[in-house]
Design a protein. Structure first.
Length: 164
């Protein structure tokens, strides 16, 4: 789903500052697979209505603009697209600038209630542990972004737990 939307967005909004994050990317790090997939398209606030209209024309009612947590669960189906506000000064994926880097989504799954509500409490430490044991994480970028999102202490605690 992400590759299709990325292709559509690249053609229409190639120069726009946006990032994509798909929840099922985390399935490799979970004990229980997610029941529903969701693709988050994070765009600057001013462009969100335009991106929403564009994606709604292509994907119908499976697109929501800045949904609340209640709307996230009420209207979510297996392949939902959520157009949400992109936090400022997030880390950049240099190889694929429109795909959220791990430093961004590790903080976002804690900071964004729509994302964190998709996991059980015990799954978050598992995600951090499994990911940091397999891949290198730019910790300074992660801490800087987590601080901007207000979850830096939670990130530090989860990283400490993943080492022990």
């Amino acid at each position: 789903m992400a590759s299709q939307v990325l292709g559509e967005m690249s053609k229409k909004y190639g120069r726009m500052n946006y990032t994509l994050f798909e929840l099922n990317w985390l399935n490799d790090f979970l004990n229980h697979l997610l029941g529903r997939n969701a693709l988050f398209i994070m765009v600057e606030r001013l462009y969100a209505p335009f991106v929403f209209e564009f994606l709604s024309e292509r994907h119908g009612s499976g697109v929501l603009l800045n949904p609340s947590v209640e709307d996230f669960f009420r209207y979510a189906n297996d392949h939902m697209l959520f157009v949400v506000r992109k936090p400022s000064q997030g880390p950049v994926n240099r190889l694929m600038p429109h795909v959220a880097p791990p430093e961004q989504w590790l903080a976002d799954i804690l900071a964004d209630e729509r994302m964190s509500a998709s996991f059980e409490g015990a799954e978050l430490p598992q995600i951090f542990s499994a990911f940091t044991n397999r891949y290198a994480v730019n910790r300074s970028a992660l801490f800087r972004y987590a601080q901007r999102r207000g979850v830096d202490e939670r990130v530090r605690n989860l990283l400490k737990e993943s080492v022990t």
